[in-house]
Design a protein around this ligand. Structure first.
Ligand SMILES: Nc1nc2c(ncn2[C@@H]2O[C@H](COP(=O)(O)OP(=O)(O)OP(=O)(O)O)[C@@H](O)[C@H]2O)c(=O)[nH]1
Ligand SMILES: [Mg+2]
Ligand SMILES: [Zn+2]
Length: 297
């Protein structure tokens, strides 16, 4: 039978076939990419069978259209967050917790690398003071100019949820973001599910991880959300240092004019990217670019 993985914990996977859900294990003799910690992930299309005890067994993973992979600093293996997706919702907040630009820009770059459309969400607009609201407006403006959909919402007060929902219909959407930004809260509203949410640890305002496995939630039969555990950190896995400059949209045209066509916009002379910082290139985006490049050293 052909099915679709809606949750995978490492020990077992839940596979949906039509309206039924089967708990399946992975057959032992899979030849896996040894650099990845999880062979099966939510979003995978699979073939399943039943053993002599009527236990479900995944016998084949059908070739993925795409995937999103992250690596943590402490783990030596990378982790697949989700597969077969149309778009990735990068969820941020200005406060409780504060999302760093480098994190956001890295997620955007990775989305382009994996051929998945990025969308930026800033949640928790209800707790912002007027100064922070102004700051967010400016950020919104900058990213909107890059052609990325940017929405300001409050899951708690239902602000912006209808607009968000419109953009999720007929799509397979991966939710990513730091722990505690409100991924599960947003999903609970959109899908009327009842996931555990993060009781933000009081001192830091940072979440401890509440969602621990990627899992699929349906909005309707044509639209689903793939929730993922909060990222503590995020390092690239299979992206080459020399390709980063192509993952920053606003660099694409300008860098053609750099003196050297292999210019990495670091120390090279006559670099048009550096010339344009503060003009066509937002300084924060260039800083993110630099930080990413430095992580390769
Ligand atoms: N003020 C405010 N709080 C919110 C909003 N959305 C979520 N929260 C709170 O933020 C905390 C974290 O929410 P979660 O939905 O668990 O966050 P998460 O991103 O799923 O966290 P992980 O599963 O750990 O990655 C909870 O205490 C929520 O009540 C919002 O719009 N405004
Ligand atoms: Mg969660
Ligand atoms: Zn250059």
């Amino acid at each position: 039978m052909k099915g679709f993985v809606i949750k995978s914990t490492g020990k077992y996977s839940l596979v949906k076939v039509d309206k039924k859900i089967y708990k399946c294990i992975l057959r032992g003799n899979f030849r896996l990419d040894n650099n990845l910690s999880n062979p099966v992930v939510s979003g995978d299309k699979v073939e399943i069978d039943f053993d002599e005890n009527q236990n479900g067994v995944i016998t084949k993973i059908i070739k993925r259209e795409n995937h999103f992979i992250k690596k943590s600093l402490k783990d030596d293996k990378a982790h697949i967050i989700g597969s077969n997706i149309d778009q990735v919702l990068i969820i941020c907040s200005i406060r409780k917790p504060y999302t760093k630009f480098i994190f956001l820009d890295k997620c955007i770059a990775a989305a382009y690398y994996y051929n998945i459309k990025p969308i930026i969400i800033f949640n928790k607009v209800d707790i912002l003071n007027s100064e922070e609201t102004q700051k967010l407006k400016k950020i919104n403006n900058k990213y909107s100019k890059l052609g990325i959909l940017f929405l300001e919402i409050s899951a708690l007060h239902g602000v912006g949820i209808d607009e968000l929902k419109k953009n999720l219909l007929k799509k397979r959407t991966l939710f990513i973001g730091n722990s505690g930004v409100g991924k599960s809260s947003i999903i609970n509203i959109l899908t009327k599910s009842n996931q555990k949410i993060n009781d933000l640890s009081t001192k830091t305002g940072r979440g401890k991880q509440t969602t621990t496995f990627s899992e699929i939630f349906e909005i309707d039969s044509n639209s689903f959300i793939l929730d993922s555990p909060g990222f503590k950190d995020f390092y690239f896995y299979d992206i080459d240092k020399n390709d980063i400059k192509y993952l920053f949209n606003e660099f694409i045209e300008i860098q053609k004019e750099c003196k050297f066509n292999n210019c990495l916009h670091l120390e090279e002379p006559d670099c048009k990217i550096k010339d344009n910082i503060g003009d066509k290139i937002w300084s924060k985006r260039y800083s993110s670019y630099l930080s990413i490049m430095n992580e390769f050293n």
